[in-house]
Design a binder for this molecule. Structure first.
Ligand code: PLP
Length: 396
């Protein structure tokens, strides 16, 4: 098969192209609608109105009050603010210093927890997951202690797409009166975000995962939950997050989220069918490969695998040469080449975890894209294995 003229983008969990409708909505706020929302004259009031409308749009999707929506600079900041903001506030109130999280969180949560433990005297419990990356809500319940002040469990995992039982965990947290945060960054454009149905008190979102701009996020905070601002300054965002509002990006986030939720059913169905075609094709045409994450309870766009006797990085480079953008799904830095902590937490041996590949589909992908990947991938795997001493040793 010929290399396609255009790149085939299958890394939508990393980021997405901004929807042209979102671009149209934000452009005026870069040019003639440039006011500062805190200014009292017309230009400023116009900016403030745009932010109010965006906040209302987001609130409608979350099923909450607009006042419970805080705009932040990204999903990472939302996670940081949730953990530090609630952690510090509740510890100051004498409620305790214990936070429960999972072993498969994004680093925006896990590294924040590590810092809170190492430098701020918090105690962290990491609840394990099963081989599919799924958490047992009862394990969360069992981890609760008298001094537990916050529970933070992600909605859907970025590396393997497994969807966690958020509503059940939230119910347990609610019964114990403990605030419950979920990192919904990967779930934002595909799953139900109703905060009451999910039983969550705090929820993080990021626009660039849902065909919106980079550098803008949301933290939902239920009314009554104590939160100490971590960024201080002006009285923006009701004194919970200082900084002149990023009006174009806020408009872009709300527009992108609205489109995603209006078109959710149609897109999910179409993309899940492509995902299933991709998974089936990979498992049928390549040996010594395993699907990672839950076989069915996974994000509609997420296909992830581990290939034995292969370095994920080499696979990515070869796919890139063939015009395919993919990811190893791990947070491995080229310096340390650490395998993904998510795969290790699922019990996958480090040498196998090294051969991980994540293909995350999106709106612009077609059946032809999937078939092209299925045509190219077996040859790459075969070529890399032929060079692998481990493969040769296993085969002999
Ligand atoms: N949480 C999860 C689950 C993510 O996948 C990401 C980004 O990959 C983030 C948080 C961070 O979001 P942002 O890139 O907006 O900082």
């Amino acid at each position: 098969m010929q290399k396609p003229a255009q790149t085939i983008y299958m890394d939508h969990a990393a980021t997405t192209a901004v929807d042209p409708r979102v671009v149209d909505a934000v452009l005026p706020y870069f040019s003639y609608k440039y006011g500062n929302a805190s200014s009292i004259y017309g230009l400023g009031r116009e900016a403030a109105k745009a932010i109010d409308e965006a906040r209302r749009t987001v609130a409608d999707i979350l099923g909450c009050e607009p006042g419970e929506v805080i705009f932040t600079s990204c999903g990472s900041e939302s996670d940081n603010l949730a953990l530090r903001g609630v952690g510090w506030a509740r510890r100051n109130l004498g409620k305790g210093n214990h936070i429960i999280t999972s072993s498969i969180e994004h680093h925006a949560v896990s590294h924040t927890c590590e810092q809170l433990e190492k430098h701020f005297g918090f105690e962290i419990t990491y609840v394990p997951v099963d081989k599919h990356g799924l958490l047992d809500p009862d394990d969360v319940g069992r981890a609760i202690k008298d001094n537990t002040i916050l529970i933070s469990i992600m909605y859907a995992n970025n590396a393997v797409g497994t969807i966690e039982p958020i509503a059940e965990i939230g119910k347990i947290a609610k019964e114990k009166g403990i605030p419950f945060h979920t990192d919904a960054v990967q779930a934002g454009g595909t799953l139900n975000l109703d905060v009451d149905e999910l039983n969550v008190d705090l929820l993080s979102l990021s626009a660039h995962k849902v065909y919106g701009p980079k550098g803008i996020g949301v933290l939902y905070v239920r009314k009554g939950v104590s939160l100490l601002p971590t960024q201080t300054g002006g009285a923006h965002e009701r004194n919970r997050r200082a900084g002149t509002e990023n009006v174009p990006s806020i408009v872009g986030l709300a527009t992108a989220l609205k489109i995603a939720h209006e078109e959710l059913e149609t897109n999910n169905q179409r993309i899940a069918a492509l995902r299933d075609r991709l998974i089936k094709g990979v498992l049928e045409n390549i040996d010594e490969v395993e699907l990672t994450g839950h076989p069915t309870n996974r994000l509609p766009n997420s296909a992830s695998f581990v290939f034995k006797y292969i370095e994920g990085e080499s696979m990515l480079l070869n796919l890139d040469l063939a015009g395919i953008c993919a990811s190893s799904g791990s947070a491995c830095t080229s310096a340390s080449m650490e395998p993904s902590h998510v795969l290790l937490a699922m019990g996958i041996p480090p040498e196998v975890a090294h051969g991980s590949l994540r293909l995350t589909l999106g709106r612009e992908n077609t059946e032809e894209d999937v078939d092209y990947v299925l045509e190219i991938l077996p040859g790459i795997v075969q070529k890399l294995r032929a060079m692998s001493p481990l493969y040769k040793a296993a085969a002999s």
